[in-house]
Design a protein around this ligand. Structure first.
Ligand SMILES: *Cc1c(COP(=O)(O)O)cnc(C)c1O
Length: 394
């Protein structure tokens, strides 16, 4: 990787790259190769013995994936990292690498659906238990820590509730009890929030969302200190959740534009949140950098911008929400977020339909809640679609 000492996020995201080959290319090529050739038998021996660094086999490392991860490490402020085929591979590996039978994980209740399945259905098969804590009870988290607790796993802002957790408080709690604090930073991206700065030990990403930003590929990342990532590398090397070099190439290119894209995602989301707040047909709006958000002060402290997502509810609850969705003409109804295209979902009837209404309320999902991922279209075009659908769904 070309060594760079650039100080700023944007430059790091653009100028961290695989050294130029003899072809003198400006853009980095895609290394679609399963393995790498050794100069001689001694080099092969030394690389397998980890005496010298170098690529051996693309399940262990690949130049495109390494470039992607090197950049993300610089952007999140960590020493090391590993890329994975999807965000869920990252979530699973980032927990499974640090727990064994008998251990316990403390987690916030508001988690991405598949992370919830890992904690509640899969890890218990191997004797690993969990306790959920509500964001409202942060001061009570400590009483759920047992001698078997190894990790605290959280998302902030949460999906789709957009609740925030005080990462600095959690960092101190983890420190006091010698636990690993693992933060899924997918919603904020490293441009908006750096959990490491507040005391997190592991930062995980679904790169599928804002990092790709164009709805093309799946990818994930686990970032942390060299010591911790070594543990993850062991599991990854022998179980094979490796990212495709093609996806590594795409995602590394995507990081080049993350800062400018996030600025626009956030500006559009804030504008939508402000306009919706003034609409008489809207029951409520939630956006981290809107003063009405329950954790506005915390959002201002730990998030540079408010993020690309907002939630709101129209008067008339679920039936109205459904009529509104069907009236939209441009905004996509699809199960993704963080795309150039604005996307809307109704969690109560889709991603969170298996929860009871009471369970949904615990994670701030009302029956009429709509989650909007603000895209990069012109704000007036997004707004005119939203406002015509509000009117025709009355
Ligand atoms: C999408 C998402 C994931 C899972 O990522 P995939 O790339 O879809 O596997 C994990 N956490 C959060 C917060 C997400 O939004």
């Amino acid at each position: 990787m070309s060594e760079n000492s650039f100080e700023h996020f944007e430059t790091r995201a653009i100028r961290t790259q695989v050294p130029r080959s003899q072809q003198r290319e400006h853009a980095v090529p895609i290394y679609t190769t399963s393995s790498f050739v050794f100069d001689d038998a001694e080099q092969a021996r030394a690389m397998f013995a980890s005496e010298i660094e170098g690529n051996i086999y693309s399940r262990y490392s690949n130049p495109n994936n390494d470039e992607f991860i090197k950049k993300l490490c610089l952007l999140e402020g960590t020493e090391a990292g590993i890329s994975t085929a999807s965000g869920m591979a990252a979530m699973f590996m980032s927990i499974a690498s640090f727990v064994k039978s008998g251990d316990h994980v403390l987690a916030s209740r508001s988690l991405f659906g598949s992370t919830h399945q890992i904690l509640t259905q899969l890890l218990p098969r191997w004797g690993i238990t969990y306790t959920y804590v509500d964001w409202q009870d942060l001061d009570k988290w400590e009483q759920h820590i047992t001698p078997q607790t190894k990790m605290i796993f959280v998302e902030s802002p949460s999906n789709p509730g957009l609740d925030l957790l005080d990462l600095q408080k959690l960092g101190k709690l983890a420190e006091a009890h010698n636990l690993i604090l693992n933060v899924d930073n997918c919603f904020a991206t490293p441009y908006i929030q750096n959990p490491i700065k507040w005391g997190a030990h592991i930062v995980t990403h679904s790169a599928t969302k804002f990092i790709d930003g164009q709805g093309r590929v799946l990818g994930g990342a686990i970032l942390g200190s060299e010591d911790l990532i070594k543990e993850v590398q062991f599991l990854a090397r022998h179980t094979g959740p490796a990212m495709s070099p093609f996806h590594g190439w795409i995602l590394s290119k995507s990081l080049e534009t993350l800062a400018v894209r996030m600025d626009r995602h956030c500006a559009n989301a804030l504008a939508l949140a402000e306009r919706l707040s003034e609409e008489p047909e809207v029951a409520w709006v939630k956006y981290p950098h809107l003063p009405s958000h329950p954790h506005y002060e915390l959002a201002k402290k730990q998030m540079k911008l408010g993020g690309g997502l907002l939630t709101f509810e129209l008067k008339g609850s679920q039936a109205r929400a459904v009529r509104f969705l069907d009236a939209l003409q441009m905004i996509s109804l699809t199960a993704n977020l963080g795309d150039t295209r604005s996307i809307i979902t109704h969690p109560a009837s889709t991603t969170h339909s298996k929860l009871t209404p009471e369970e949904r309320l615990k994670v701030s999902i009302t029956d009429g809640l709509l989650r909007l991922s603000a895209g990069l279209e012109h704000i007036e075009d997004i707004w005119s679609d939203v406002s015509q659908a509000i009117q025709s769904s009355k």
